[in-house]
Design a protein around this ligand. Structure first.
Ligand code: ATP
Ligand code: MG
Length: 352
C-alpha cells in the first residue's frame, strides 16, 4: 500500500497530518508513505508548483492523499506557476477522469444546510462526474462573423469509451451503496447526451442489481433541492457535474466535512489508482492556527481505502468514527464550534 502524501499549502499540512494519524492507527499491512511538495510550497522550494519528482512519486504510488493548494503570496505569478496548476496538472498527467463527491448530511448538522432541516436530513448521495471530456476539452475558439460581431464556441463531445469507463465506475459505486443510479444528461436536445444515454443503457446490462433512471439536467437541479433524499448515485458529464456537485455540497452545507476522490484507469493490487482530497481549499485566513477542521481530509482517506485498496470495512470504520464524533457534539470552527484541528483528530481516533 504505497501512498504519496502531498500536504500542499495553508491548512493542507495541518489537516493531512490528522488523516495520517487515523491511517496509521488502523495498522494497515505494508503501509508505506512518501511525502512530496505541491503548490506554493513547491514553487518556493523547487521553482514549480508541480515538480517532476512529485509527479514521479504519484506515478509510483497506489494512491495520492492531497491536502490543498493556494497561496496568496503567489497571486502575481504567471498562470503556469500558480499553486492551483498543481492539482490540474496531477489530474491531467495521471489520467484522473472520474471525480467522486459524496454529499451526506451528518446527524445533528441538518441546520447547516441551505435547505429545510428535514429535507437536508435525508441527503446521502454520491456524484460521479466525468473529468476529462465535454465542452472543457472540445475544440474552442472565437471568430468574427460577417456582420462584425464576435462569436465564441466550445464543442461538447464524448466518445463511447469515455462514457463507458465513467459509467462502470458509477454502477460499481451504486452496487456498494443503495443500488440506485441516476444518469443525468440533456438527451432531449443534445446529441452528446443521446450517445451518453445509449452507452449508459448498454453498460447497465452488466449490473442487473442496480436500478437505473435517466434524468434531464434541469430536472435534476430541481430535484436536488426539492427532494435530495431520492438520490443515491448520480453520474454525469463534466459540465453538468461541475454545477451539480457544487449545488449538492451547498445542500449539505459544511465545507470542512466534504471529501472527494479522483480516479484513473490504472488498477492497483486491490482497486483503482486515485487522488483523494477535501473539497475545501487552503483557507489562508486560518492557516497555521490549528483551527482547521480535518474531517474532510480524514473522510478522503476513508475513500482512498475503499477505492484504491479495497478496504471497505476500514473505510466504514473511519466514516462511522467521524459521524459519532459529530453526533457527540465535536464541532470545528466551520460548524460554529471551538474544537481545534488536533482535538478533532483525537476525537476521531478515540472512536475508531
Ligand atoms: P481556494 O481558492 O484554495 O479554494 P477559497 O478561499 O476559495 O480557497 P477555502 O479555502 O475552501 O476557499 O475557504 C473558504 C472559507 O471556508 C474560508 O473562510 C476558510 O477559512 C473556511 N474553511 C475552509 N476549509 C475549512 C476547514 N477545513 N475548516 C474550517 N474552515 C474552513
Ligand atoms: Mg475555493
Amino acid at each position: 500500500m504505497k501512498i504519496a502524501v502531498f500536504p500542499g499549502d495553508g491548512i493542507g499540512p495541518e489537516v493531512t497530518r490528522q488523516a495520517l494519524r487515523v491511517l496509521e492507527a488502523l495498522d494497515l499491512p505494508g503501509l508505506t508513505l512518501f511525502e512530496g511538495d505541491v503548490g506554493g510550497i513547491a514553487y518556493r522550494r523547487h521553482g514549480h508548483p508541480l515538480p517532476a519528482e512529485t509527479l514521479e512519486m504519484a506515478r509510483a504510488a497506489d494512491a495520492v492523499l492531497f491536502g490543498a493548494v493556494g497561496d496568496p503570496a503567489c497571486d502575481g505569478l504567471e498562470r503556469h506557476l500558480r499553486p492551483e496548476q498543481a492539482i490540474l496538472g496531477l489530474r491531467a498527467q495521471l489520467g484522473l477522469f472520474a471525480n467522486l463527491r459524496p454529499a451526506t448530511t451528518f446527524a445533528g448538522l441538518e441546520t447547516m444546510s441551505a435547505l429545510r432541516p428535514e429535507v437536508a436530513a435525508a441527503i446521502d448521495l454520491l456524484i460521479v462526474r466525468e473529468l476529462n471530456g465535454d465542452v472543457y476539452f472540445g475544440d474552442k475558439g472565437t471568430r468574427t462573423l460577417d456582420d462584425g460581431q464576435r462569436q465564441g464556441w466550445d464543442m461538447m463531445a464524448y466518445a463511447e469509451g469515455e462514457v463507458r469507463r465513467i459509467a462502470h465506475i458509477a454502477f460499481r459505486a451504486a452496487q456498494g451503496r443503495k443500488g440506485r443510479l441516476v444518469s443525468v444528461d440533456k438527451a432531449n436536445v443534445l446529441e452528446t447526451s443521446q450517445l451518453w444515454r445509449d452507452v449508459v443503457n448498454a453498460v447497465a446490462a452488466d449490473y442487473p442489481d442496480v436500478t437505473l433512471e435517466h434524468m434531464y439536467v434541469d430536472n435534476a437541479a430541481m430535484q436536488l433541492v426539492r427532494e435530495p433524499g431520492r438520490f443515491d448515485v448520480i453520474v454525469t458529464g463534466n459540465l453538468f457535474g461541475d454545477i451539480l456537485s457544487d449545488q449538492a455540497s451547498m445542500c449539505v452545507g459544511s465545507i470542512g466535512l466534504l471529501a472527494s476522490a479522483s480516479l484513473g484507469e490504472r488498477a492497483t493490487d486491490f482497486g483503482t489508482f486515485g487522488l483523494y482530497e477535501p473539497i475545501h481549499g487552503s483557507a489562508p485566513d486560518i492557516a497555521g492556527q490549528g483551527r482547521a477542521n480535518p474531517m474532510a481530509t480524514i473522510l478522503s482517506a476513508a475513500m482512498m481505502l475503499r477505492h484504491s485498496f479495497g478496504r471497505e470495512a476500514d473505510a466504514a470504520r473511519i466514516e462511522s468514527a467521524v459521524a459519532r464524533a459529530l453526533a457527540d457534539g465535536v464541532r470545528g470552527g466551520d460548524l460554529g464550534g471551538d474544537a481545534g484541528t488536533a482535538a478533532i483528530g483525537d476525537a476521531v481516533l478515540e472512536r475508531l
